[in-house]
Design a protein around this ligand. Structure first.
Ligand SMILES: Cc1cc2nc3c(=O)[nH]c(=O)nc-3n(C[C@H](O)[C@H](O)[C@H](O)COP(=O)(O)OP(=O)(O)OC[C@H]3O[C@@H](n4cnc5c(N)ncnc54)[C@H](O)[C@@H]3O)c2cc1C
Length: 405
């Protein structure tokens, strides 16, 4: 059975490559979606083939091996990371058929970029405490409030928004989930500059923004359970794309080692080699563990195993880039030529993505974005290891009565 699916996938990818050039990104990815090769675990007609998510590896392998075309094949993570990694599974699990038809394909092709409007100045780890209000007005909702750290909001067409619809209910019960048009009247996006010099994220102000009720995902008051689908998929997306052996951050380190390793047969060489090899083994162990989790995962809301990959890969990324900077010695202290202090071109910024110092600085955010490592450890403790839950004194009282700073 498994072999038949594999054969079918390989043959569909071959047809795809014969019919459309990957150089035309949107057309190629549109055809990939139509052939069910976008996310193979999605149902037929929605970009998938209804098979186990582990089979996505075959698509990636075939695309990477396409001799003449592989350099043009764009990775989901660079093209539309939030839309594909988190928006698509949430829409698939919670939207009407009509909304799925409208949103899934242009999300996968990258024609419509997505962002995630969860965090607020007073609600990050405790996102269920959020204060942005949505009030129903006929078949529309009127939204006012502020979000923060919203990655890619400045280039987004759609935002996944959780807003408070019933302040008199306990915090987890009074929220509703919407897909908001980022170009709608009343949406104001302002850049926030990071340590790297990039402004990949933003503050987003909403002043009486109107959202049609058709763009509500889940029932009124079910925003928390819809948000869990987004958050669990975010952890899986951040915790690991499963590339080929030796790819990703560790390839970066090997490259730096080639250029900057100490003189051979010196004690320094042996000590540094030991550190690099230790990181390589850890990266390979994580890659195989992530692949195994992907093979076993089911469609919709992944389990807490996403938190394990997320916490380990955050620490590992930091250690890898710190090692690369150390190998560079004094050269690691300066930015390479081309560094600008204020860049908004995050998605195509080859300098940021591929320089050692840029990647080192960016890796500091890994243990904060998508939920901090402390919060991931709480989830692993409670949901994987079965340890007692943290006390939550405000869980059952109306949100409006919770004291806020
Ligand atoms: C690069 C980057 C991109 C981001 N992109 C987005 C985005 O696109 N959309 C979005 O909505 N958000 C985004 N975020 C926000 C991110 O989700 C939050 O920063 C994160 O959830 C932490 O929230 P906070 O910053 O409010 O910190 P706080 O929640 O105030 O936490 C402060 C400290 O307290 C610790 N802490 C808090 N609660 C607990 C607890 N219960 N147990 C133990 N320790 C605890 C935390 O670990 C942290 O060290 C992004 C963040 C970064 C860095």
């Amino acid at each position: 059975m498994a072999d038949k699916v594999e054969e079918e996938i390989r043959s569909r990818v071959k047809d795809l490559l014969a019919e459309v050039s990957p150089a035309d990104v949107h057309e190629f990815r549109g055809a990939q979606f139509d052939k069910g090769l976008a996310l193979v675990h999605f149902p037929e007609g929605y970009g998938g083939m209804g098979v186990s998510p582990g089979y996505q590896r075959i698509v990636l392998e075939e695309l990477a091996n396409a001799k003449d075309n592989s350099k043009d094949v764009r990775s989901d993570l660079l093209l539309n990371p939030i839309g594909i990694g988190m928006g698509m599974p949430t829409v698939l699990s919670h939207a009407s058929d009509e909304v799925k038809k409208q949103l899934l394909r242009p999300c996968f092709t990258g024609e419509e970029i997505w962002c995630q409007l969860f965090s607020e100045p007073g609600a990050g780890s405790d996102v269920a405490g959020l204060a942005t209000r949505a009030i129903q007005d006929g078949d529309e909702w009127v939204v006012s409030g502020q979000k923060v750290w919203t990655s890619l909001a400045h280039v987004s067409k759609w935002g996944m928004l959780v807003a408070r619809t019933d302040p008199e209910l306990p915090k987890h019960k009074g929220m509703t989930y919407f897909v908001m048009d980022m170009k709608a009247e009343g949406v104001d996006v302002r850049p926030l500059y990071q340590l790297t010099g990039d402004a990949e994220f933003n503050e987003v102000y909403m002043d009486e923004v109107r959202i049609p009720d058709t763009m509500r995902l889940g029932e009124r008051g079910q925003g928390w359970s819809v948000a869990i689908t987004t958050l669990m998929n975010e952890r899986v997306a951040l915790g690991g794309t499963v590339g080929p052996r030796g790819s990703g951050a560790i390839a970066f380190l090997m490259d730096t080692w080639e250029k900057f390793h100490p003189e051979k047969d010196t004690p320094e060489y042996r000590v540094r080699l030991d550190r690099v090899m230790d990181l390589w083994v850890k990266a390979e162990t994580l890659r195989l563990t992530t692949q195994r989790a992907k093979d076993n995962s089911s469609v919709g809301t992944p389990g807490p195993e996403g938190s394990v990959g997320k916490v380990i890969s955050s620490d590992l990324n930091k250690a890898i880039y710190a090692c690369a900077i150390d190998l560079m010695g004094a050269a690691g202290l300066i930015h390479e030529k081309g560094y600008t202090l204020a860049s908004r071109e995050m998605s195509d910024s080859s300098y940021r993505t591929f320089s050692v110092s840029g990647s080192f600085l960016r890796s500091r955010a890994n243990s904060i974005e998508g939920g901090t490592s402390e919060v991931m450890r709480n989830i692993i403790g409670e949901r994987v290891l079965g340890l007692p839950k943290e006390p939550q004194v405000d869980r059952d009282i109306p949100w409006s009565e919770i004291k806020r700073g």
